[in-house]
Design a protein around this ligand. Structure first.
Ligand SMILES: Cc1cc2nc3c(=O)[nH]c(=O)nc-3n(C[C@H](O)[C@H](O)[C@H](O)COP(=O)(O)OP(=O)(O)OC[C@H]3O[C@@H](n4cnc5c(N)ncnc54)[C@H](O)[C@@H]3O)c2cc1C
Length: 443
């Protein structure tokens, strides 16, 4: 397996202090490893939201499904994200989408973003999963006066494109709403909610297994033999399958399959979690709201007060990956947190971790057939917004693979992701990309 970060990034190290594991430990998600050869209708590589949602719907359609994960369900981003189930998935302005795909293309993409959130909410309700949900949509906080002016414009866009009624807030309003801080105003979009990512993945894994899906942990796919049917090699057995789904997102390799090579850019994201804050501590900082929020920077900070009183704070991760680099990023994350929430600078943050998201050169997520390989489908690159969109893409893949016409298949998601210049050396470009975003944030 050829990957562009070192082995550390893909192993247990970056998630060793993952706060969600205090409640749902790795062992609760672990399934047996594959230890023999088997044959199935559909093999899926990757047991995150994408792979497991696809698996669940395919099994419900009566197909035989085997899911293989190098570690365990939720080992990747799905078991360690910020839990914002929200709009998003692309990194493109409305204008850019309209230019590429027309007004209709934009409308269907906005519809898909909304549907993706409903899809997760319906799954949790139908399976009676307590994912500790909270928040009435999300609030964007302006980091500068100019950013607030942009939010005013964005508010009209949200209303026109999503058919929602967003609310603009002055900084005084935010104080009154329990979202005090160095903000120049904000915008609440009344759609989306926060959830416990591991409770969601555990629910998906249980539901998929109950529907007949066989999930194998500690089973890395190390080689894909060309030809039909697919033959997947793992350390202790092979899987022969008529159809294949690749659902490895930020944990993808360059060569499983070769089509993936340079079509995605893995990028790290960092999170810290405080100990539970007392009501008095929350009041002291002026942050008492259950609302999930992020600021308007290009290199954004995202944060929310969890129902148990712990405070989650996330931001972009580093360029390097090693235990030492993680320690450095944990310190940097803490500095950003202290700067935005100085009243909590004495509060311990015993959990901090990082994980990988996937970006695409054309700024859009992909879900569809892999053109170079017969009977192969993939979905990836939700640009750090895959809780809802990864789940939506998984359902979309299930429809495509089982030969059903999807109810909604945005053309934005249909274009094959282009290869990124510099190939396997493309990480070299990341510091420049981050620096230019940091400069833009000074506006
Ligand atoms: C720190 C962090 C915070 C985030 N916060 C948010 C948020 O608040 N809201 C939001 O919407 N999104 C967020 N995201 C992004 C979101 O979590 C992801 O987009 C989403 O989970 C992707 O799901 P997935 O199933 O496609 O991939 P993943 O969950 O990453 O799963 C991929 C799986 O593939 C497996 N795999 C890879 N290669 C192989 C192989 N060769 N053989 C077998 N298995 C293999 C890996 O072990 C992994 O389990 C965040 C991500 C991170 C890292």
């Amino acid at each position: 397996m050829r990957r562009i970060f070192g082995a550390y990034a893909y192993g247990p190290g970056p998630a060793a202090l993952c706060g969600w594991a205090a409640d749902v430990p790795d062992s609760a998600l672990l399934t047996p490893a594959l230890s023999s050869d088997m044959t199935t209708d559909i093999a899926i590589i990757g047991a995150g939201y994408t792979g497991l949602t696809a698996a669940l719907h395919l099994a419900k359609a009566g197909l035989g499904v085997v899911v293989l994960d190098e570690h365990f369900p939720g080992h990747g981003a799905s078991g360690r994200n910020g839990g914002f189930c929200c709009l998003g998935g692309a990194r493109l302005s409305s204008q850019a989408i309209r230019t590429r795909h027309g007004a209709e293309g934009l409308a269907e993409w906005r519809h898909a973003e909304r549907t993706a959130i409903d899809h997760v909410a319906d799954f949790l309700a139908d399976h009676d999963i307590d994912a500790q949900t909270h928040s009435n949509g999300e609030t964007i906080l302006a980091h500068s006066p100019r950013a607030f002016r942009d939010l005013v414009e964005h508010s009209s866009e949200v209303e026109a494109e999503y058919g929602l009624r967003p609310t603009l807030h002055t900084s005084e309003d935010l104080d009154g709403l329990g979202m005090a801080g160095p903000w120049h105003g904000g915008l609440t979009i009344p759609l989306g909610f926060g959830l416990h990512p591991r409770r969601y993945i555990q629910g998906l894994s249980d539901a998929a297994q109950a529907a007949g899906v066989r999930i194998f942990s500690a089973t890395p796919v190390t080689k894909l033999a060309p030809g039909t049917p697919h033959r997947l090699h793992t350390p202790q057995g092979t899987v022969t399958a008529k159809r294949l789904i690749v659902a490895t997102n930020g944990y993808s390799s360059e060569n499983l399959p070769n089509w993936l090579g340079a079509r995605f850019m893995p990028a790290q994201s960092n999170v810290l979690l405080t100990r539970p804050l007392s009501k008095a501590e929350q009041a002291e900082a002026g942050w008492t709201s259950a609302q999930m929020a992020y600021d308007s920077r290009g290199l954004l900070h995202y944060f929310r007060l969890l129902p148990d009183g712990r405070f989650l704070f996330g931001m972009r991760g580093g360029i390097l990956s090693s235990r030492r680099a993680d320690e450095g990023m944990a310190k940097a994350t803490r500095q950003h947190f202290d700067r935005l929430f100085p009243a909590w600078s004495h509060v311990e943050s015993p959990w901090n971790w990082s994980g990988m998201v996937s970006l695409a050169a054309h700024g859009a997520p992909f879900a569809g057939p892999v053109l170079e390989l017969p009977n192969t489908w993939a979905a990836l690159s939700y640009h750090g917004n895959g809780v809802a969109m990864g789940s939506f893409a998984g359902k979309l893949l299930a429809d495509l693979v089982s030969g059903q016409k999807p109810a909604l298949y945005p053309r934005l998601m249909q274009a094959q992701p282009p290869r990124i210049p510099l190939g396997r050396f493309r990480r070299i470009a990341m510091p420049f990309a981050y620096a230019s975003r940091a400069l833009a944030d000074l506006r």
